[in-house]
Design a protein around this ligand. Structure first.
Ligand code: ZN
Length: 256
């Protein structure tokens, strides 16, 4: 096959196919659209745009109302749970100092914060409203604690909030990794023969059986053969060495 070069101006036949005046006019994109209206259509239909607009304008009022309803229900639950709570009932009937007060609505306050009883997962609801709610932003441990302590309190609130935020899966997925990238797993060397490499472990604090309270488990890393030796929780190093001599080295030799 021979390929001959032809200057562009002589390419009349390709031009007639690729440079059609009705498809690619010289005047620009606008004219192209006018000539080929079937190639153009809007990305979103007018119905989709209307729905999107409605969703964006109504989203905030709906969410805001949802928060208010959640808080209202939470306060009702707190009021109904207070008489059955040991701390709540004691402090309400006999406030020990000025830190504890009862307001006109019946809420028990500690340092001007509403006391949340430990019943019906009320503390969990407070936490969810502050941390997980669509209008909240999965704040950090300290921020969540600060937001809750603006209004609510209960004993051990710091640990409770920190444990909850630490266990939040959404936060864990979004958290930036601050350690070095993990390396590939390295396989342990394969032993050349059985009982060349062994591992040992104790099963301890078992019920007394013929004066034995523990089991020494010795496993061959190649064949996975196991030896179970009865022993005691108070086993000493010399006695352990004796067990090895008696049950392992005498039968399988010393590992190399
Ligand atoms: Zn979170």
């Amino acid at each position: 096959m021979i390929i001959h070069f032809h200057p562009g101006k002589l390419g009349a036949k390709p031009d007639s196919l690729t440079r059609r005046w009705d498809v690619y006019p010289k005047e620009g994109d606008k004219d192209y659209a006018q000539v080929n209206p079937h190639n153009f259509r809007p990305v979103f239909t007018s119905e989709q745009l209307a729905l999107s607009l409605r969703a964006s304008t109504l989203a905030f009022p709906v969410l805001h109302t949802a928060v208010l309803m959640d808080v209202e229900q939470l306060h009702k639950d707190i009021l109904s749970a207070l008489p059955n709570d040991p701390i709540g009932s004691t402090r309400m009937s006999d406030p020990p100092d000025n830190r504890w007060t009862v307001d006109n609505s019946g809420f028990l306050h500690c340092d001007n914060r509403i006391y949340v009883p430990e019943s019906n997962d009320l503390r969990l609801h407070v936490l969810r409203n502050t941390h997980d709610h669509p209008l909240s932003g999965h704040f950090s441990q300290n921020c969540t604690l600060e937001l809750i302590r603006c209004e609510y309190t209960w004993p051990g609130i710091c640990t409770y909030v920190k444990d909850y935020v630490k266990s939040c899966t959404t936060c864990a997925r979004a958290k930036v990794l601050r350690h070095k990238p993990f390396e590939l797993l390295k396989q342990l060397p394969i032993p050349e023969r059985p009982w060349n490499s062994i591992s040992m472990d104790f099963i301890e604090q078992l019920p007394d059986s013929s004066s034995y309270t523990a089991i020494l488990v010795i496993i061959d890393c190649l064949s996975k053969q196991a030896i179970f030796i009865p022993t005691h929780d108070t086993i000493t190093s010399p006695y352990l060495a004796r067990l090895f001599l008696l049950h392992v080295f005498s039968k399988h030799g010393i590992p190399l």
